[in-house]
Design a protein. Structure first.
Length: 348
């Protein structure tokens, strides 16, 4: 196991203390890995709390309602924490005829990959848990795992509505994973590297979204596919409560139910941050600290996603699948070819 590519001052200071204490080097690497994982987990959990509160406030503003305005302060800042406490205290019910191993494992298989992808996300100069040479490939591979969790939840619940919701989720995720991957491949082809750090460094002068028309089209394809990947309106058919009761998580209650939504909101932040990394210059920006620039860009995309959710109606499942296969996939493929010609003609 290797230490981070760009060790921070904190890493060097702690490593120095460890060496002066004469403790085994192998233990230090394990301890550092645990510390990094703990920091990422705490960040993800706090981000989920913030996004749930923000979603309620945005929906309230769009629909001329107050949103959370009582618990904690006049802004309702502790409303999400109160909801989390309520879910912790609720009874954990497992249906008598459910496949219990699948039923129990499914929520974790949705949340854990949404946590793992943060490892290669560069929040600032040197602020990345691990600069993998195949970082983009790692993200695409890990991001496909929640589909298995959705199917396990639907099948393990022994409920026909849950099963239909799980099948819809898998079909939709696999469909939109293709144009999303092609959009990401367009960026990788332009940069010549699968490293997220190298992709951000490549945008030091020009953000990819304005560097060339093919990359701008790739951003649009990525954004639309990302909406479907995180089950946001107009692509929230896997859990469309008006049609499927609640989809693959119909039989879940308490914290097992909450874990599904923790994974969804954690992945919402990631796909927005990944869009910033791929197309919007990452942490690059004038005057402000790099981390602050990264968060500003990420939350700007998140606000757009929330605005879309509370503005447009959902599509039918046949429209969702037809749009993915007959529109988005061909556009992504043609754009990839155009991007290749663009690089050959205009490369300097």
């Amino acid at each position: 196991m290797a230490h981070p590519v760009s060790p921070s001052e904190l890493y060097l200071w702690l490593h120095g203390l460890w060496q002066r204490a004469g403790l085994p080097e192998g233990w230090w690497l394990a301890l550092w890995a645990v510390l990094v994982a703990a920091v990422i987990l705490i960040f993800v959990l706090l981000t989920v709390l913030i996004l749930i509160w923000l979603e309620r406030k945005v929906s309230g503003d769009i629909q001329s309602r107050l949103g959370p305005a009582r618990v904690g302060t006049k802004f309702g800042l502790l409303q999400t924490a109160a909801d989390a406490l309520k879910l912790l205290l609720k009874e954990d019910i497992i249906p008598a005829c459910a496949d219990k191993p699948l039923f129990v494992i499914a929520p974790l298989l949705v949340f854990v990959p949404a946590f793992m992808v943060y490892i290669v996300l560069p929040f600032g100069r040197g602020l990345v848990a691990e600069n993998l040479n195949l970082g983009v490939l790692y993200v695409i591979a890990v991001s496909a795992l929640p589909a298995l969790g959705f199917l396990m939840a639907g099948w393990g619940s022994n409920n026909k509505y849950s099963l239909i919701g799980g099948m819809r989720a898998v079909a939709q995720l696999m469909t939109y994973e293709i144009p999303l991957g092609l959009a990401v491949l367009t960026v990788v082809m332009a940069v010549g590297s699968l490293s997220t750090v190298a992709i951000v460094a490549h945008q030091r002068a020009w953000w990819h979204i304005v560097a060339s028309p093919p990359l701008a089209v790739a951003f649009v394809v990525y954004f639309v596919a990302a909406l479907a990947e995180v089950n946001r309106i107009p692509f929230d058919l896997p859990e469309a409560e008006a049609e499927l009761v609640a989809g693959y998580h119909t039989e879940y209650s308490g914290m097992r139910w909450a874990i599904f939504f923790m994974g969804e909101y954690a992945y919402l932040f990631f796909v927005s941050a990944f869009a910033v990394t791929l197309f919007l210059g990452g942490w690059h920006g004038p005057f402000l600290p790099p981390v602050l620039w990264f968060l500003i860009k990420t939350y700007a995309i998140i606000l757009v996603v929330m605005w879309i959710r509370w503005t447009y109606p959902r599509l039918r499942i046949d429209q969702v699948m037809r749009f993915g296969w007959k529109v988005l996939v061909p556009v992504a493929l043609i754009n990839l070819v155009v991007a290749g010609f663009w690089l050959v003609w205009f490369a300097t």
